[in-house]
Design a protein around this ligand. Structure first.
Ligand SMILES: [Zn+2]
Length: 488
């Protein structure tokens, strides 16, 4: 028996049974495409992917929307600072449109590498300016705004529920008003539409009934979510840092504009923090991307596995030792699957499979408890009383959530052993197929390198190692005297 799916709701601060009629409308705040996404950003998309997969496994149909923010919103939430897109363009000597395309592409590559399923829609902000203008107009007509020299602002004083969602302390808000607010009436008021500077043409700007300019960040998400999903949305997700400002502002403007509840169920993923406890962020220069991990030889799916080591509502500490041990765990998990699970599919059901999967689903459906779900899989792999066929059958189902390619035998996992003519054992691993001729050449270099080492001819042994590198082979001397050759 699979328990009902229970999910934490930021709106109620409690874990609730998730219910929906028909298709689940789910909106997740997407990337601002002015730079690479760091792996902390990707942690949020992995958590949302688990949620999507868990919903589908629970029998729901999902209509999932992730926006691409390709409009330059400003570098801080307070509607000031520089334009991120324009800064990116300046940095790289490209147009803002090229920057948006480049980083949209790398985002797509990242999600594919992490086995994150694509949502049903990926709307771009720049394709939805008319919808944003329409929502701002409604807010103007209903009296929720005021105009300053630099833009049209949402007047949070007109929306008494403003403090509710993030449990903001109204008195603290007033204390915050000491900061320079420009012409804003209150610290919490936010821009719906910003006017372009009078003396400068911006790289991205649009005409509006109120003057040339560009939309505020919050209005983008609200206009796009309501275009693709029906109100109230069933689920809205994002990083925990969005609760206080971005999502609070979204609720205010949508509920003010429509007079209806915006969203039923809110989920937020916690941060990936650096060892010192700081949030990974671009602005602080603490910036690790998936490409950086790949250059260190870490499989993106090992990072996916790393994310399962903490619950999505707990901060996850990033350290190089931690990620390297996750890479080892991933390799060991794949190895255990390869050695203990059956190699071919057989339709099978048994009490043992049911027991394993009951533990697995109990964890997944208990607010996406991935550390516990994964523990059920490790326990099963270690259990000698469960047959190889049973393990394969259970893994096939578990991997619909884990998406770690557990049963996929890739070239990277194929291991071939050869004995060289000099008698050395050489283990070939890696993602590339080599011709017999190539393999023979590698074997003879390995022999020659061993001989050079015996003679303490380090220059020659280094030269031979470089020759292997030039052939795309990384050679490692193993403790048992064998040589491992990774083909790249
Ligand atoms: Zn958003």
């Amino acid at each position: 028996m699979r328990p009902a799916l229970r999910l934490f709701n930021t709106a109620s601060l409690s874990v609730e049974e998730f219910k929906a009629d028909g298709t689940v409308g789910m909106y997740c705040c997407g990337p601002t495409v002015y730079n690479y996404q760091h792996i902390g950003n990707m942690r949020t998309y992995i958590f949302e992917d688990i949620l999507r997969r868990a919903l589908k496994a629970a029998g729901f149909k999902v209509n999932h929307v992730v926006n691409i923010t390709d409009v330059g919103h400003l570098t801080d939430d307070a509607d000031s600072g520089d334009d991120k897109m324009e800064k990116g363009a300046e940095r790289e000597g490209k147009t803002v449109w090229d920057i948006a395309q480049k980083y949209t592409n790398t985002f797509m590559q990242n999600i594919d590498a992490l086995n994150i399923e694509h949502p049903e829609a990926f709307p771009r902000a720049t394709d939805h300016i008319p919808e944003m203008i329409a929502m701002v107009q409604t807010l103007i007509d209903k009296g929720f705004t005021y105009t300053t020299d630099d833009g049209i602002y949402f007047d949070t004083a007109k929306f008494p529920d403003y403090v509710k969602f993030a449990r903001l302390d109204p008195e603290q808000l007033m204390a915050g008003a000491r900061i320079d607010m420009g012409e804003k009436h209150s610290n919490t008021d936010f821009a719906l539409w910003k006017f372009s500077p009078k003396d400068k043409k911006r790289a991205m700007e649009w005409d509006s009934p109120w003057g040339v300019g560009f939309p505020g960040w919050h209005i983008e998400c609200s206009a796009m979510s309501l275009k693709y999903l029906s109100q109230p949305l069933d689920i809205h997700c994002g990083g925990a840092d969005h609760i206080r400002i971005h999502h609070t502002n979204e609720i205010a403007q949508v509920e003010a504009a429509t007079g209806k509840k915006f969203c039923r169920h809110w989920l937020h993923g916690e941060w990936l923090v650096m060892e010192k406890g700081e949030k990974m962020s671009k602005s602080k220069g603490l910036f690790v991307t998936l490409d950086v991990l790949k250059k260190e030889g870490i499989n993106p799916l090992a990072y996916r596995l790393y994310c399962f080591s903490a619950h999505y509502r707990s901060p996850l500490k990033f350290s190089w030792t931690g990620i390297e041990s996750a890479a080892q765990s991933y390799a060991s998990l794949k190895k255990q699957v390869a050695s203990s699970a059956a190699k071919t599919d057989s339709d099978l059901s048994s009490t043992r499979i049911d027991e394993v999967l009951t533990a697995f689903w109990a964890a997944v459906n208990d607010d996406l408890n991935m550390p516990r779900a994964l523990a059920a899989i490790w326990d099963m792999l270690k259990d000698g009383s469960i047959t190889a066929d049973e393990k394969r059958a259970a893994l096939k189902i578990a991997d619909t959530i884990l998406a770690l390619d557990l049963l996929k035998v890739e070239a990277a996992d194929s291991v071939t052993e050869k004995i060289s003519s000099g008698g050395s054992k050489v283990v070939f691993t890696g993602s590339k197929e080599f011709s017999d001729e190539h393999v023979t050449r590698v074997l003879s270099i390995v022999d020659a390198r061993k001989a050079a080492k015996l003679e303490k001819n380090w220059a020659e042994s280094d030269r031979l190692r470089d020759e292997l590198v030039a052939m795309g082979v990384i050679a490692k001397d193993m403790k048992d005297g064998s040589t491992e050759c990774v083909l790249k």
